[in-house]
Design a protein around this ligand. Structure first.
Ligand code: NCD
Ligand code: ZN
Length: 343
């Protein structure tokens, strides 16, 4: 049987929620990833070190006893985040970064930043304390076409941020466009990006052609094929600025299969297998280990993992749902066949 053994990967962007949903999804992340960057967009958002420590404990409680998993916590940047908050975070071993959501850009972002220029003092403090800034890079202007929101964020906000804070380490999360790939590639080594499995595997036809498929709806939204191709080229290039971040974002199936469905794809059930599929299609399986296991750790200045995982070339059918009763989650590629399986 064909196998692929790589250093154990990390997930540099994921949503594991809390409460019952956390218990359902966390084992999927913990079985394959040694560490994961945990997004802070709970209700209410995780804005302080004290809240992050409580949330971290809840996550650790959900790790199955036979698994070894470290959650890396992030704090939610708001219009009132102070330099003192940032100093406390920098001094905490549990918190590794701050997350900037433009207000209204995505799921649970109401508490996000309405005026980006107004938080420049906080960005200056992040630069001073050397804490990375993770950005959901989409403008929120309701008149802006949803397919242009990432490109416009780069033009309107990111260019300025990068110019004003040259030493600030920034991760442009879940990039979806050729323009984002170009911007990150041309920037200094302080700027990196994560790429999701869905944006490597699908274009917007998966969401909209032949019927509307809510389980392919996430933000930033799937784009045209030319953008998918740019993302595949970046992910498989060996350029350490691009690394794995699933953006696995579970929502109950009932909340996605409705007249106004939630944004987010659940991919933690088969994340590394989905990436393996995308890399194999690009004839670049030899680049998977750098993307999945090395470049993110290097950017966050954390040690690379030393254990390994093995994938087997073996067909399996993704379950149609996870969870029980009316609390189920529909995973990416539900009911479809995958060609790689984590041993
Ligand atoms: C994420 C969520 O559900 O929390 N949704 C998504 O579509 N990606 C939020 C986010 O990362 O934008
Ligand atoms: Zn996300």
């Amino acid at each position: 049987m064909k196998t692929l053994t790589i250093t154990r990967p990390d997930d540099w962007h994921t949503h594991v929620r809390n409460g019952a949903l956390l218990k359902t999804v966390l084992p999927d992340t913990a079985k394959q990833f040694a560490r994961a960057i945990i997004m802070p967009n709970l209700k209410p958002p995780v804005t302080t070190v004290a809240q992050a420590l409580i949330y971290r404990d809840e996550i650790l409680q959900a790790v199955p006893v036979d698994m070894d998993f470290t959650p890396l916590m992030t704090l939610y940047l708001t219009g009132t985040t102070s330099e003192a908050d940032i100093k406390l975070a920098a001094e905490s071993d549990a918190v590794v970064a701050f997350k900037l959501y433009p207000a209204g850009a995505t799921t649970n972002s109401d508490a996000g930043v309405a005026n980006i220029k107004a938080i420049y003092p906080a960005l200056s403090a992040l630069e001073k304390y050397d804490l990375p800034l993770l950005i959901h890079g989409e403008v929120t202007d309701e008149h802006c076409d949803i397919f242009d929101r990432e490109r416009l964020f780069i033009e309107t906000h990111l260019n300025d941020i990068v110019k004003n804070f040259p030493a600030l380490r920034i991760v442009l999360e879940h990039v979806t466009t050729n323009e984002a790939v170009q911007f990150v590639s041309a920037s200094a080594n302080t700027i990196a990006a994560t790429i999701t499995p869905q944006h490597l595997l699908f274009n917007r036809n998966a969401l909209l052609a032949g019927g509307i498929r809510p389980h392919y709806y996430c933000l930033p939204i799937l784009k045209r094929e030319q953008h998918r191709l740019a993302l595949v080229a970046a992910a498989t290039s060996g350029n350490p600025k691009f690394f794995l971040g699933t953006d696995s974002a579970p929502h109950l199936s009932t909340l996605k299969e409705t007249a106004c469905g939630c944004a987010g794809c659940y991919s933690a059930h088969a994340a590394i297998e989905l990436y393996a599929e995308a890399f194999e299609r690009a004839d670049a399986l030899d680049q998977l280990e750098g993307f999945a296991s090395f470049y993110g750790a290097d950017f966050y200045r954390l040690p690379r993992n030393i254990t390994t995982v093995t994938l087997e070339k073996q067909s399996w059918i993704v379950p149609s749902a996870y969870g029980a009763g009316d609390s189920t989650i529909t995973p990416l590629k539900a009911g479809e066949t995958l060609s790689w399986k984590l041993r």
